[in-house]
Design a protein around this ligand. Structure first.
Ligand code: A2P
Length: 278
């Protein structure tokens, strides 16, 4: 183990809300991500497996937004955890964006049965040292997975991106990340627009505040200290989601939203202890 533990999050400055890009590909993807940048998003969340690093990079390059103001994120898929494959995949991710570096690169899933995520982490550390990626982190990592990375490499992930919405608020995971100085990001923060958007407790708060249900949900994330990554296609939704960061919920409202938590609140039963993606 290296003698000096390092935390790559030290000089990482993140906005309160980012933009999810899964399923946004091709020309339509470029236009949608360009609209998000126009609306003011400064964190874009992509992945090798979303097959849209090219569209995301094209939107960034065409945007006119200074490159150092945008955090471009991508993720390493499970089939490329072996060291040399991981290095080649990170190089390919950067190449696909047409940018000279990525700002944040994550291991997409730990895939514990494969048991090569520590090896993959070594490749991410090297990519960081080479300047290919500026910061590194993980996604869907349970505390035990994070602790193994730190124990075996001395490098703590900057962020951990996990499923997190009012049906599945991840209290223990959030506490574990916070205790390790890791920023928790939320994927599917709106529950992929499932029945969450019709929950009476949320529609009531939204009506009281004169905002939308999506804004209440995202303000709840921000109130918890979590960075949500909503995906939205229309400029109107993109803008309202971004503006949710300005809405401060009261303690009573936060508690009311917390009442929606369910033990099995995951959308698709994707428990990282057993669910794997390649
Ligand atoms: P669309 O992409 O058609 O705009 P999540 O971020 O949890 O994965 O949810 C994404 C889903 O939520 C998409 O179907 C998206 O629709 C929808 N969505 C995004 N923003 C809003 C909003 N402000 N109001 C209602 N639905 C939204």
């Amino acid at each position: 183990m290296p003698s000096t533990p390092r935390s790559p999050s030290a000089d990482l400055s993140l906005p309160p809300v980012g933009f999810g890009t899964a399923s946004l590909r091709g020309e339509h993807g470029v236009r949608t991500v360009a609209a998000a940048l126009d609306a003011g998003y400064r964190l874009l969340d992509s992945a090798f497996n979303y097959e849209n690093e090219g569209a995301v990079g094209a939107a960034v390059r065409a945007s006119g937004v200074p490159r150092d103001e945008v955090i471009v994120t991508s993720k390493l898929p499970g089939r490329h955890h072996a060291h040399d494959a991981a290095v080649a995949t990170i190089e390919e991710s950067v190449y696909r964006t047409g940018l000279d570096h990525l700002d944040l690169y994550l291991i997409h899933w730990p895939n514990p049965s494969q048991d090569r995520y520590v090896e993959a982490w070594g490749a991410l550390i090297e990519a960081c040292e080479r300047g290919l990626v500026r910061h590194i982190g993980v996604s869907n990592f349970l505390p035990e997975h994070v602790d193994r990375l730190v124990a075996e490499t001395g490098v703590t992930p900057a962020v951990n991106q996990v499923e997190l919405h009012p049906y599945f608020p991840q209290a223990e995971q959030r506490a574990a990340d916070a205790a390790r100085g890791i920023v928790t990001e939320a994927w599917s923060p709106l529950g992929r627009a499932n029945s969450l958007l019709d929950e009476p407790v949320l529609t009531r708060i939204a009506a009281d505040r004169g905002v939308t249900v999506a804004q209440v949900i995202l303000a709840w994330h921000v109130g918890l200290g979590v960075l949500p990554l909503p995906k939205a296609t229309s400029p109107d939704r993109q803008r309202q989601n971004l503006e949710a960061a300005d809405l401060e919920l009261s303690a009573e409202e936060m508690a009311a939203v917390a009442g929606l938590a369910r033990a099995d609140g995951r959308n698709n039963d994707q428990d990282p202890a057993v669910y794997e993606e390649y």
